[in-house]
Design a protein around this ligand. Structure first.
Ligand code: ATP
Length: 258
């Protein structure tokens, strides 16, 4: 499989990224590039290395080898908070918010810690008011403690908090994990608005193959730590993705991956 060739429009370039947990190598030389404004779904079976890869990109997990470039700048050696300041933000699985603080306070703290120069350079910097337009479900819960929110509300609040950094690239880990189908719809509606209104580049881990193919521009399939398929959703089939996912031809394509 040939990684997508990097172009001048690439906002994120990942080359030969390798990461592990102790003796276990979970990400084995992964290379890909994201074009500005693109939405890419990262798929793969449990344990394929998706979360480790995302955490490595965000700088919260160390890379053993490889390079990450954001808008042309090498950020491989930067700690997580410096990557956020440069425009690479992670919405982690489990959506770690400060539970005792209200949604508004969570957002305000993120606003206060963002890179002022980056915000000043943005054509339309994110604010709490703008986040409410993109994620209208947040309005009635702004003054509620984050610890008291439902799963979907926590997800929306975590996305809004990440937006406060004015990210060029938003990394989303398992956005629909543990949410009811109706709430998942709502979260995806918000992501659609985000794409349409702000043109934010998205890299999202999604377990539901059908949803990944329907929502994203492109899909990257990880298997045993390697990117075994990278394809435009319009140019691939569910059969091809299923085969890459499991590493073998299957009798019937997946309806909904585990
Ligand atoms: P899932 O969909 O189950 O979250 P994933 O594709 O995100 O899976 P990772 O969570 O990145 O995969 O895990 C990749 C490999 O690293 C797996 O073999 C997993 O058991 C291992 N692993 C992940 N986190 C740790 C950890 N904290 N300590 C040790 N091994 C880990």
């Amino acid at each position: 499989m040939t990684p997508q060739a990097a172009t001048g429009a690439d906002i994120l370039q990942v080359k030969g990224l390798r990461a592990g947990h102790g003796p276990l190598v979970a990400v084995r030389g992964v290379s890909f590039a994201l074009q500005r404004g693109e939405c890419v779904a990262l798929i793969g079976a449990n344990g394929a290395g998706k979360t480790t890869l995302l955490r490595c990109l965000a700088g919260v997990h160390p890379a053993l080898a490889g390079q990450v470039r954001l808008d042309g700048n090498d950020v491989t050696a930067l700690p997580a908070h410096r990557r956020v300041q440069q425009g690479l933000a992670l919405v982690p699985e489990g959506r770690r918010l400060w539970a005792d603080m209200t949604v508004r306070e969570n957002l305000t703290v993120a606003l206060e810690h963002r890179d002022a120069a980056r915000a000043a350079a943005a054509a339309e910097p994110w604010s709490v008011a703008r986040a409410l337009q993109a994620l209208p479900g947040l309005a009635p819960i702004l003054d509620r403690p984050a610890g008291a929110l439902s799963g979907g509300q926590r997800q929306a609040a975590a996305i809004a908090r990440a937006l406060m950094a004015n990210p060029a690239v938003l990394l989303l880990d398992e956005v629909s994990l543990g949410l009811s189908p109706l709430v998942v719809e709502e979260v995806y509606r918000s992501l659609r608005t985000l794409r349409a209104q702000a043109g934010t580049t998205l890299l999202l881990v999604e377990q539901d193959l059908g949803r990944a193919l329907a929502f994203a521009d492109r899909v990257i399939c990880l298997r045993e730590g390697q990117a075994v398929l990278q394809a435009a959703c319009a140019d691939t089939t569910r059969e091809a993705v299923t085969e890459a996912y499991f590493g073998m031809a299957t009798a019937a394509p997946l309806e909904n991956t585990p």
